[in-house]
Design a protein around this ligand. Structure first.
Ligand code: AMP
Ligand code: MG
Length: 517
C-alpha cells in the first residue's frame, strides 16, 4: 500500500508534449501547446467526506492521513507531481465552441500500477489558464453527484471514470444555481477523479482546428501506444478510430440498458476511451420517456434526451473523424469506418436487450417484439427500473388481462388510458409466449435478467435529499446511497425500490438540473 504523499508519480503526458510551463493562471488562448502548468489553489480546511475503498484497493493506495488529505484538497503538491490543465476544444450543443480546456480540473500526475497507469485529477481545485470567466471551483452538490455516480456506474458495470475521494474545502463559493440572477453561497468541494486517461474528442479537435498537424499526429500515436497497445501496424490510426466507434457504441448501449442520460454530450465530454466522463446534469430515467432530458439548458431542442444519445454519439464521432482528417489522404477510410457505427450499435443493442428480457437469442421476429417494447413502454411510461426487475419473476402462466396489471401494480407515473393498458397487457402476453419458446431454461433466462437489470439506481431525487442533508452536516442518506450503489443488482436496498415521489417531479434538482456546478 502506498501513501499518496510518498508515491512517485509519473508524468508521461507532460514529458511527451509541449506545454506552457509559466504557471500563469490567467485565462488565455494557448496555441502550440497541449497543456498549461497549473498549481492547485489552496483551500482553508479540507475534510474527507468519502473515500472509495474499492478503487483504493485496486490501485494499492493507503487510506489518507493528514499529509495525503492536503493533496486531496489541493493544498499540497509533491515533488514528483507536475500539475497541469489540458487544452482541448469542443462542439457544444452542435456548435463549434473553440478552445475550452480543463477550467477546473488539474491533473497531478500518473499513478503507476502493475495493471497500467492512471491519471489522477483534482476537480474543483481552482483556476487554470482555461477557466475563462469562471472560478475553477466546484460546489458540494455537483461533487457529491460526480463522486457517487462515477463509483455507482462502475458497480453497475458501465465503463466510466472513477472517483477516489470527496473532500469539502471549508470555503463557500458563489453560484447562480437557476441562472435567474439570484446567486447564493454554497459549500465548495474537490473530487479526485481517476482514469487511465481523461483525454476527450476535443483534445484532437483543438489541434486540427489550429492546424497543428504534427502535434495531432503525435497525440494520436501517444494515445494508441499508451491505451490501445494491441493496435499495431501500418493502418493503426484507422483501426484505432474504428475501435473508438465500437467502444462508443457499446457505451451508448450500456446507457440504454441502465437508463442513464448524460445531459451534456458535447464533444469535450466524450472520452477517447469510451468511458462515461464529466458527470454534470445527468439523470437516470424514472418513467420510461425517451424524450427526457435532465438538463434545463437542453430543454429547447432536447438534443441530449435519453433516446437521442446513440445518434448524438454518431454525430460526435463524425466530429472526431473531421479532426483526424489531416492525418489521411482523403476522407474515404474515415467515412467507411464511421458507417460501421450503426451495425455496431444495433448488434450490441439486440444482445443487451436479449439479456434484459431473458431471451436465448434475438431473431428477426424478435426484433419486432423489441420494437414493441420500446413503443409500449414509452406510451405507458412505467418506472423503467421497477418494470424490468418485476419482469424477472413475471408469472408466465398468469397472463389474463387483470392479472398482468395487478402483478405490475403501481409502477406507472400517469393514469394510463384503457387502450394503453390493453397494449401493455398484450405486450406481456406476447412476451410470455416468447419466453416459453426459449431454448434455455427459465432459470437461465432469469439469471441473465438479474445481471442486466439493476434493482437499485441513484435517482436524482435521492441524490438531492442526500445533498440537502450533507449541507446541514448529516450524512445518513449519503451513507445509505454509498452502500446501495456498490451492490446494485441485489435486492437488498428495498427502501429505495420505489417510484420517484410526486413532489420530486416539480422540484428543481430532483428531476431537472442546470449546468451550474
Ligand atoms: P462542462 O460542459 O460542464 O464539462 O464544462 C465545459 C467547460 O467549462 C470546460 O472547459 C470546463 O472546464 C469549464 N468549466 C465548468 N465549470 C467551471 C468552473 N467553475 N470554473 C472554470 N471552468 C469551468
Ligand atoms: Mg466537461
Amino acid at each position: 500500500m502506498h501513501h499518496l504523499h510518498k508515491k512517485i508519480f509519473k508524468n508521461d503526458f507532460v514529458n511527451s508534449f509541449e506545454g506552457d510551463e509559466s504557471g500563469d493562471l490567467s485565462p488565455r488562448q494557448t496555441p502550440g501547446v497541449l497543456y498549461s502548468k497549473a498549481i492547485p489553489t489552496p483551500v482553508p480546511k479540507p475534510k474527507l467526506i468519502a473515500w472509495s475503498e474499492e478503487l483504493a484497493r485496486e490501485l494499492n493506495i493507503a487510506k489518507p492521513n493528514e499529509e495525503d488529505l492536503k493533496i486531496l484538497g489541493g493544498n499540497k503538491v509533491t515533488t514528483s507531481m507536475h500539475p497541469y490543465a489540458a487544452c482541448y476544444a469542443g462542439h457544444q450543443f452542435g456548435n463549434w465552441a473553440g478552445q475550452l480546456g480543463d477550467g477546473r480540473a488539474i491533473t497531478l500526475g500518473e499513478w503507476e500500477t502493475q495493471k497500467g497507469s492512471w491519471e489522477f485529477q483534482l476537480k474543483g481545485a481552482g483556476p487554470t489558464a482555461y477557466s475563462r470567466r469562471a472560478d475553477g471551483r466546484a460546489v458540494l452538490r455537483s461533487s457529491v453527484r460526480e463522486y457517487l455516480m462515477s463509483e455507482g456506474m462502475h458497480h453497475l458495470g458501465v465503463p466510466t471514470t472513477r472517483a477516489l475521494s470527496l473532500v469539502t474545502t471549508g470555503e463557500d463559493i458563489l453560484r447562480d444555481m437557476f441562472y435567474n440572477g439570484n446567486p447564493a453561497y454554497e459549500p465548495g468541494a474537490v473530487v479526485l477523479r481517476v482514469s487511465p486517461s481523461l483525454i476527450r474528442f476535443g483534445n484532437f479537435e483543438i489541434l486540427a482546428a489550429r492546424k497543428e498537424v504534427d502535434n495531432l499526429r503525435k497525440l494520436v500515436n501517444w494515445t494508441i501506444d499508451n491505451f490501445f497497445p494491441h493496435i499495431t501496424g501500418e493502418d493503426r490510426i484507422i483501426e484505432w478510430y474504428t475501435e473508438i466507434i465500437e467502444r462508443t457504441a457499446a457505451l451508448m448501449v450500456e446507457w440504454q440498458r441502465v437508463g442513464f442520460v448524460h445531459g451534456v454530450m458535447n464533444t469535450d465530454n466524450m472520452s477517447i476511451l469510451g468511458k462515461t466522463i464529466d458527470y454534470g446534469p445527468y439523470s437516470f430515467l424514472d418513467d420510461y420517456d425517451p424524450n427526457f432530458t435532465p438538463n434545463t439548458t437542453d430543454l429547447p431542442g432536447r438534443r441530449y434526451a435519453f433516446g437521442n444519445q446513440p445518434s448524438v454519439a454518431y454525430w460526435n464521432l463524425g466530429k472526431l473523424a473531421s479532426a483526424l482528417l489531416p492525418l489521411f489522404e482523403d476522407s474515404k477510410e474515415l467515412e467507411g469506418a464511421l458507417r460501421t457505427y450503426e451495425d455496431s450499435f444495433w448488434n450490441k443493442y439486440y444482445e443487451m436487450m436479449s439479456n434484459k428480457l431473458g431471451l436465448d437469442e434475438v431473431t428477426e421476429e424478435d426484433k419486432h417484439l423489441l420494437a414493441n417494447f420500446e413503443k409500449v413502454l414509452s406510451t405507458t411510461k412505467p418506472d423503467k427500473t421497477m418494470f424490468y426487475r418485476l419482469l424477472i419473476d413475471f408469472p408466465l402462466e398468469e397472463v389474463e388481462d387483470e392479472k398482468v396489471l395487478i402483478y405490475f401494480g403501481d409502477i406507472f407515473y400517469d393514469e394510463t388510458d384503457a387502450s394503453a393498458k390493453t397494449g401493455f397487457v398484450k405486450l406481456l402476453q406476447q412476451y410470455a409466449q416468447r419466453v416459453k419458446a426459449n431454448n434455455i431454461s427459465r432459470e437461465e433466462s432469469r439469471a441473465k435478467m438479474k445481471k442486466a437489470n439493476p434493482y437499485f439506481i441513484l435517482r436524482n431525487y435521492l441524490l438531492h435529499q442526500a445533498i440537502e442533508e450533507l449541507e446541514k452536516g448529516q450524512d445518513t442518506l449519503f451513507r445509505k446511497l454509498e452502500k446501495a450503489m456498490k451492490d446494485p443488482y441485489s435486492a437488498k436496498a428495498t427502501e429505495f425500490f420505489k417510484k420517484r415521489p410526486d413532489w420530486a417531479s416539480k422540484k428543481a434538482g430532483c428531476s431537472m438540473l442546470s449546468c451550474s456546478s
